[in-house]
Design a protein. Structure first.
Length: 566
């Protein structure tokens, strides 16, 4: 029996900035040449996946974007999480459907990267790197959704004459599988007697079939299909890692990383829609002046979305950097990945929706593309963990942190923000401290009244934790930029001054949201006159109100930056 490879996060050593920029430039050039805007709209209208483009993007002789995700030892470029985020954002700005097709191969290879034997890695990862083969990830089932522990697909051992296991017979079905109809190989999660286990199943295996492509709301350039496995027999070698029962462990190893990639889809889709709205507002006159000169337009539909998306970017980048440095349990950063995906995909959807509004009636028509982007970006709040699953993940993890810290987890983080404010008073860290302090009060009020017995309260705590922690992280990134220490591979769109304006603006919103909604949810479950209700008096409401001062002026300044008026 071959020993399985050691589990670890999938991020590689990382590309140098020059190599990353060359890949991003090549990606843009390839997609632009292969898919005109007219063809993109036609494919979307006809609900057709352009398999030629998908395979061309994977083919190392044409583009080889998959090389970024493959370790160098198996023919890849050994890209890290930061590189993967940049590539995924760039792909999403071209088309989230195409991005999903590429992501599906990357996702399908994850169990191999973290769990396969060396021999298996050389074969399957080598095939991706050298031949550009396309993979699919067969985890989701019709009755289980995101709950991998509830899968019903089975893999029964096949025994040889001497009682040794020679293979497995797989039966079951999978749903919503990206690349389902076109993949050369699919990694299938199935229950063995030892527990959930990953198998690699070639497309032409007898008994393995794909249904017709799903008729979807959006993401129509991505092939999505159901899979059926009827007495599918695979050799023992197809079992990833050669040790059954490791499937859930292997899946959990990469949640922080894979969710970061979907976060980048939300970020890229949101920014593509928003940039189109910004360009449109520079040309469209209404009531005698351009839309970009109207505060009622910019401060509702443009500026808040820029602030939100860049706050999400900062959190994505911090998490990607942490993964690349191996921080967190096994370098996974699963909760941080959940926060990154939650914030970026929610904000990406709002930005795309507002971009339609910003275009008026034109935004509702196909030629202006923003309605397509909105349909496409909608999926990012669903696949690779719904927003509700993420709220639960964040809420449960941060609830444990609150308990294990002696109820001081967020108070301690607030103290760090107060110290940061002393060094950099311009980035809004003092306001982020108010948000974190308020969140700590709310967590403790929920503990004293046992409110987390209500699932909805736990989910709302997850949402508020995501907002407060994103605000704190954004302030820290703004301070680092002011000190001249940004991430090397960060897009250089906004300077230190503009970033500080945006981090402070986001901190204001986060503090207001945490305090107001926290009071609401504690009040909805706690008894009047209880200690939990009394504890809410320690929320610094007056300071949060005072912190809103100057908000409009800062939004004016952000708008000036966006429209080159500063």
């Amino acid at each position: 029996m071959t020993e399985p490879a050691t589990l670890g996060h999938v991020g590689g050593a990382g590309l140098d900035l020059g190599s990353l920029n060359l890949m991003l430039e090549a990606l843009g050039d390839f997609v632009d040449a292969a898919m005109t805007p007219e063809r993109q709209l036609d494919l979307d209208h006809e609900d057709v996946c352009p398999e030629d483009i998908v395979r061309g993007m994977s083919d190392p002789e044409q583009l080889g974007v998959q090389l970024v995700f493959i370790p160098e030892a198996y023919g890849g470029l050994d890209g890290g999480a930061f590189d993967a985020y940049r590539v995924c954002e760039a792909m999403a700005r071209k088309d989230i459907g195409l991005a999903t097709a590429v992501f599906a191969t990357f996702l399908g290879s994850d169990p191999i990267v973290v769990g396969a034997t060396e021999e298996q890695k050389l074969e399957w990862l080598g095939a991706i790197a050298e031949q550009g083969v396309v993979f699919a990830y067969g985890a989701t089932e019709p009755g289980a959704g995101s709950d991998l522990g509830a899968l019903t697909t089975t893999a029964v051992p096949i025994e040889g004459e001497n009682g040794e296991i020679t293979g497995y017979r797989i039966n079951g079905s999978k749903q919503w599988i990206s690349n389902g109809s076109i993949a050369d190989y699919t990694t299938i999660l199935a229950n063995t007697p030892e527990g959930p286990t990953w198998f690699v199943v070639p497309k032409d295996t007898p008994g393995f079939s794909a249904g017709p492509p799903e008729d979807k709301h959006g993401l129509r350039l991505s092939n999505t299909a159901a899979l059926t496995l009827e007495d599918v027999e695979v050799p023992r070698y197809a079992l990833i890692g050669d040790v059954p029962g490791q499937g859930l462990v292997q899946a959990q190893q990469v949640f922080g990383y894979t969710r970061l990639m979907v976060a980048a889809f939300g970020l890229g889709g949101g920014w593509e829609a928003l940039d189109r709205a910004i360009d449109y507002s520079k040309q469209r006159e209404q009531g005698g002046s351009l839309l970009c000169d109207k505060q009622g337009f910019t401060h509702k539909l443009i500026v808040p979305n820029v602030v939100h998306l860049e706050a999400a970017r900062a959190y994505i980048e911090t998490t990607a950097d942490d993964i690349d440095r191996g921080l967190g349990e096994n370098g996974a950063r699963n909760t941080e990945g959940a926060i990154a995906k939650y914030m970026a995909t929610v904000f990406g959807n709002v930005a795309a929706n507002d971009a339609i509004q910003a275009h008026g009636g034109y935004g509702y028509t196909r030629p202006y593309v923003v309605e397509k982007i909105k349909r496409d970006v909608r999926i990012t709040e669903i696949y690779e963990g719904t927003s509700e699953i993420l709220e639960m993940t964040i809420g449960r993890d941060r609830w444990q942190a609150h308990l294990k810290s002696g109820f001081r987890h967020y108070a301690n983080l607030a103290g760090e923000m107060t110290q940061l404010h002393a060094r950099h008073p311009q980035v809004g860290a003092d306001v982020a401290a108010l948000a974190l302090h308020s969140l700590g009060v709310i967590f403790e009020a929920c503990r004293s009244a046992r409110l987390t017995r209500n699932q909805h309260i736990l989910f709302r705590l997850g949402e508020l934790a995501a907002w407060a922690e994103t605000a704190a992280n954004y302030c820290a990134r703004a301070a680092a930029l002011a000190e001249g220490t940004p991430f090397e591979k960060t897009p250089k769109r906004f300077d230190a001054r503009a970033t500080a304006l945006m981090s402070k603006t986001f901190a204001r919103e986060a503090a207001h949201k945490v305090a107001l909604e926290g009071i609401r949810w504690v009040g909805s479950g706690a008894d009047p006159g209880s200690p939990a209700m009394a504890a809410l008096d320690s929320i610094p409401a007056a300071q949060i109100r005072a912190a809103q001062a100057g908000g409009i002026a800062d939004m004016d300044a952000i708008a000036d930056v966006l429209y080159d008026r500063a």
